[in-house]
Design a binder for this molecule. Structure first.
Ligand code: NAP
Length: 267
């Protein structure tokens, strides 16, 4: 049995993880941590009824007492880095789904994980379909270098653009090399109307509306044609197979793996 603790256990993703871990036969939910709903049973928050795992606030105390094998984190960027640092320091393997972690802090976690020889996974998108969408987009960029990204999420999402959009742009930029797109100057009647610009002029547009979960379109333009690659997560359950896969795989890793794609195709 792999012993799993969850940070952000009262949140939208955290409650989903609590449910998925609780139902997995080879995993044991040993702790739930959040700064909200402290002392409430995590099962009640996740719609499972009482499971005898109350939400606690003190991660350090939890790690010392409960000694989980893996810590799954879906909180906020600053908290996630702090939580992963703490976990690695105690030999607990972090699986981080929280997005918006700055590159410098990701590198710090990579170094720490290598130094202590403990596995870690950071993945901005745990949905298998999203990973495939990014892979297909990178393939298409070899033939269609002119591209824009539209990502659409629920209106409670704090960071923009999404980690997935940034990761997609990073992959596209790698494939395109020195390619530059777009006019040198544009006459904008409304500031920001052309979205944010990633390396080489890749535009990213972020839509935030209730009713959405997590969606992305990568639109390629060519002579007389466009190609659209689209992925939709219509429920947060879509992330759970990827999260559980990471929990199982992180047990055999030494060092940090970034991205579900690397975990699926390179480990
Ligand atoms: P959410 O509903 O706001 O849940 C986050 C929870 O973590 C909240 O209860 C929050 O409390 C709590 N929290 C904040 N700091 C904490 C700390 N230091 N220790 C313990 N708990 C803490 O957010 P969500 O929608 O679940 O999303 C969480 C993260 O997952 C976001 O970064 C989101 O972009 C990301 N996400 C990733 C994927 C993926 O596949 N990788 C998929 C969906 C979402 P307060 O509200 O009081 O701060």
């Amino acid at each position: 049995m792999i012993r799993v603790a969850v940070t952000g256990a009262a949140g939208r993703m955290g409650t989903e993880v609590v449910r998925a871990v609780w139902r997995a036969e080879d995993l044991m939910l040993v702790a739930a941590v959040d700064v909200r709903r402290v002392n409430t049973d995590a099962g009640v928050l996740a719609g499972l009824g009482e499971i005898g795992v109350p939400v606690r606030e003190d991660l350090e105390g939890v790690l010392d007492e409960v000694r989980p094998d893996v810590l799954v984190d879906f909180t906020a960027a600053a908290a996630a880095v702090q939580n992963a640092r703490l976990a690695l320091g105690k030999g607990v393997r972090p699986v981080v789904g929280t997005t918006g972690i700055p590159a410098a802090e990701l590198e710090e976690l990579r170094r720490l994980s290598a130094t202590v020889g403990v596995g870690a996974v950071v993945a901005p998108n745990f949905a298998l379909g999203a990973v495939l969408m990014m892979r297909f987009a990178a393939e298409a960029a070899r033939f269609f270098p002119q591209v824009e990204i539209i990502e659409l999420h629920h209106d409670q999402k704090i960071d923009a653009p999404s980690g997935t959009a940034l990761k997609t742009a990073e992959l596209l930029a790698e494939v395109r090399g020195d390619f530059r797109q777009g006019l040198p100057t544009e006459e904008l009647k409304l500031p920001g109307v052309r979205g944010g610009t990633y390396d080489g002029g890749i535009r990213i547009h972020s839509v935030r509306l209730p009713g959405l979960v997590a969606h992305q379109e990568v639109i390629f333009g060519g002579t007389g044609q466009t190609l659209t690659i689209r992925h939709d997560s219509t429920s947060r359950e879509s992330f759970m197979p990827g999260v559980l896969l990471a929990v199982r795989k992180v047990m055999d890793l030494r060092g940090l793996v970034y991205g579900l794609d690397r975990l699926l195709f390179e480990t």
